[in-house]
Design a binder for this molecule. Structure first.
Ligand code: AMP
Ligand code: MN
Ligand code: MN
Ligand code: MN
Length: 284
């Protein structure tokens, strides 16, 4: 694969909190010029075989993908896995355990929202859920928009679903070590997703990168729908400083909610090692 490539290695389908099927995403990605694609549903790899078939049907190369929720320094950090074996048992078991607490957490979120007068949020969110094991804050956000509490999902997160707000329930996800090991043991590459999005101090971010690397992590997202143009530059420099390869992904969830479409981000800066160069033998 050439180093200058329209690769989109981060997006979500109805298998987690996206609104499109893997097939519809593949069609949309190909129509937008994507050449190498990965579907990275949260904590779930159940859509991987479908996604790969759909990629091929639309003329794209494919890398397996997922986005694992991790708790690090009391913050939720997302680790993308790329190019792993989608049938790896250790990875499947790890992800089942990671997503296991979601149902109970959703019930507690609903109780928190009921206290501020929003009733039936659990049942309401469930109507938007494609995969019952993967009820997420995004599904609550869609319910609160639908019933007129907020104008869009960003407003819901700001007012109801982030730390200190009535629908927020703290949760302990996987450890950084476990998530990186599940990915690497399944012959994949671990990538820190959207590093600019975490509310870390410089020291905490440094610790995240060093620990991630010590566990076998090899890449960070540089060009992502969650980064500003200034953050592309900042994280390109950090990739070079820490010796990480770089990834590019829209983090597309929905035509109505996502401001960056599949395949529409700027290309990776040329001085970086694209993560797909480390995955030549995993590209299908
Ligand atoms: P969960 O894994 O249930 O905690 O949900 C996290 C998901 O919520 C993320 O993957 C995003 O899709 C979405 N999300 C998080 N923060 C925001 C935000 N500020 N605005 C819109 N969506 C968000
Ligand atoms: Mn999401
Ligand atoms: Mn994420
Ligand atoms: Mn994502």
């Amino acid at each position: 694969m050439p180093s200058i490539l329209n690769a989109d290695l981060h997006c979500h389908s109805v298998v987690s909190d996206g609104t499109l099927t893997p097939e519809a995403l593949a069609e949309r990605a190909a129509a937008n010029g994507v050449e190498l694609w990965a579907l990275t549903d949260h904590d779930e790899i159940g859509g991987q075989h479908r996604a790969r078939a759909a990629a091929h049907a639309n003329g794209m190369k494919y890398l397996t993908g997922t986005e694992i929720s991790v708790t690090f320094a009391n913050e939720t950090v997302h680790i993308v896995g790329l190019g792993f074996d989608p049938d790896d048992e250790g990875m499947k078991k790890g992800l089942i355990a990671t997503r296991g607490g979601r149902g109970e957490r959703a019930q507690e979120m609903s109780e928190g929202l009921a206290k501020v007068g929003i009733h039936g949020a659990y049942e309401g969110a469930l109507k938007f859920v494609g995969n019952p094991e993967l009820i997420s804050r995004t599904h609550f956000a869609r319910f609160l928009v639908e019933n007129g509490h907020c104008k869009d999902t960003h407003e819901v997160f700001r007012k109801f679903l982030t730390e200190g707000k009535p629908g927020f329930v703290p949760h302990r996800w996987a450890t950084l070590k476990d998530a990186v090991h599940w990915i690497t043991a399944a012959k994949g590459i671990a990538v820190v997703a959207h590093p600019g999005r975490y509310k870390f101090t410089a020291n905490e971010e440094y610790a995240l990168f060093l620990e991630f690397k010590a566990h076998g992590g090899q890449a960070i997202e540089v060009v992502t729908g969650s980064h500003s143009a200034a953050e592309y530059v900042e994280y390109a420099d950090k990739a070079l400083e820490f010796g990480f390869a770089a990834s590019r992904g829209s983090d597309f969830h929905s035509p109505d909610e996502s401001h960056i479409d599949l395949g529409k981000l700027p290309l990776l800066p040329g001085k970086l090692t694209p993560v797909w160069e480390l995955l030549e033998d995993r590209i299908q």
